[in-house]
Design a protein around this ligand. Structure first.
Ligand code: HQG
Length: 174
């Protein structure tokens, strides 16, 4: 993606996940907005939007008919429900985080913080990439997700393959 496409992708993430009101739009209860509404609010063309949706390294945006939403990553303050169906997780999922967070995570577990869910990665490479967004000194945590599911925790997989759950108690993390 070009620099301007990356910039538009970031703006779309901000609006569709965190601050729709900042450009005067509202999301429906599942997080969708008509594409025409978004184009007008952002002042971009359909071709520019399509290029970002198609070229996005992580498939962050889902287009369905004439509407669009972010596939995951929403702030808690944006009151939407993606409406995902719980699915059985694999044995283990991973979480990449700055090493400085580890002590607190081992004490209180993984919390969603400002987001709606804790995000878990399917493999080490993805987890490393997620952690590296925030620090060059990254720790990769393994989460015993099958065990969590047995204990009744629910897991969801977003349209772009990110695993989501409400929280991870410390005893499932190593
Ligand atoms: C940490 C990106 C201390 C947590 C990625 C993380 C992902 C704790 C930070 C998505 C903690 C929250 C989400 C505790 C959690 N003590 N630190 N008890 N519990 N943390 O950005 O998972 O590129 O909200 O480890 O790919 O980093 O934007 O979560 O470091 O899918 O599409 O608190 O964002 O997607 O940070 O990333 P975030 P995340 P995009």
């Amino acid at each position: 993606m070009s620099k301007s496409q990356v910039r538009l992708s970031r703006r779309m993430s901000m609006v569709l996940r965190h601050r729709p009101e900042s450009v005067g739009i509202t999301l429906d209860p599942q997080g969708w907005v008509p594409i025409s509404t978004l184009l007008e609010a952002l002042g971009v063309t359909r071709a520019e939007l399509d290029a970002v949706v198609a070229g996005n390294d992580k498939a962050r945006f889902a287009v369905e008919g004439d509407r669009i939403r972010a596939s995951q990553g929403h702030s808690r303050r944006v009151e939407i429900d993606l409406g995902l169906t719980p699915v059985e997780p694999p044995e283990t999922l991973y979480h990449g985080t700055p090493r400085a967070n580890v002590e607190s995570i081992m004490r209180e577990g993984l919390r969603p913080r400002s987001r709606q869910h804790v995000h878990l990665s399917p493999d080490l490479e993805t987890a490393t990439r997620v952690g590296t967004r925030r620090s060059s000194d990254v720790a990769i945590l393994s989460v015993r997700t099958a065990e969590m599911a047995e204990a009744g925790h629910l897991f969801y997989r977003s349209a772009n393959g990110v695993w989501l759950t409400d929280e991870v108690p410390p005893n499932y993390i190593s």
